[in-house]
Design a protein around this ligand. Structure first.
Ligand code: SF4
Length: 109
């Protein structure tokens, strides 16, 4: 009986330790399946996407304000990754430091 409890406890401990690793591996695999959006692609040009918000041409994108980036946009996946999914660009990744004309602050109405 004691051995059975120990085995069950060990199994549960193994699952609880392994679950975060499995989730990380699955997320990494999903990211590998999605390619990075490049600035010269039609989909990127259509939304005025740039990979580095600091390089936004304000003559072309006058709505840009310093400090805005995909990291703070409501449409980007919550993560700490440098490349993340964006719901407005399905199946692709954008740079967290990027920006586009559709930027909307997370938490804004
Ligand atoms: S919608 Fe937001 S997250 Fe998506 S590319 Fe534009 S600024 Fe980045």
């Amino acid at each position: 009986m004691n051995t059975r409890r120990t085995t069950l406890r060990s199994l549960l401990a193994g699952i609880s330790l392994g679950w975060p690793l499995l989730r990380t591996a699955v997320a990494a695999n999903q990211d590998a399946a999605r390619s990075l959006l490049l600035e010269d692609e039609p989909a990127a040009k259509a939304i005025g996407y740039v990979a580095a918000a600091a390089k936004v041409n304000t003559a072309v994108s006058p709505t840009y304000r310093r400090g805005q980036s995909c990291t703070t946009c409501v449409f980007v996946e919550r993560s700490t990754a440098k490349q993340r999914g964006c719901t407005l660009v399905p199946g692709r990744l954008v740079m967290a430091a990027g920006w586009c004309k559709l930027w909307k602050l997370t938490g804004s109405p």
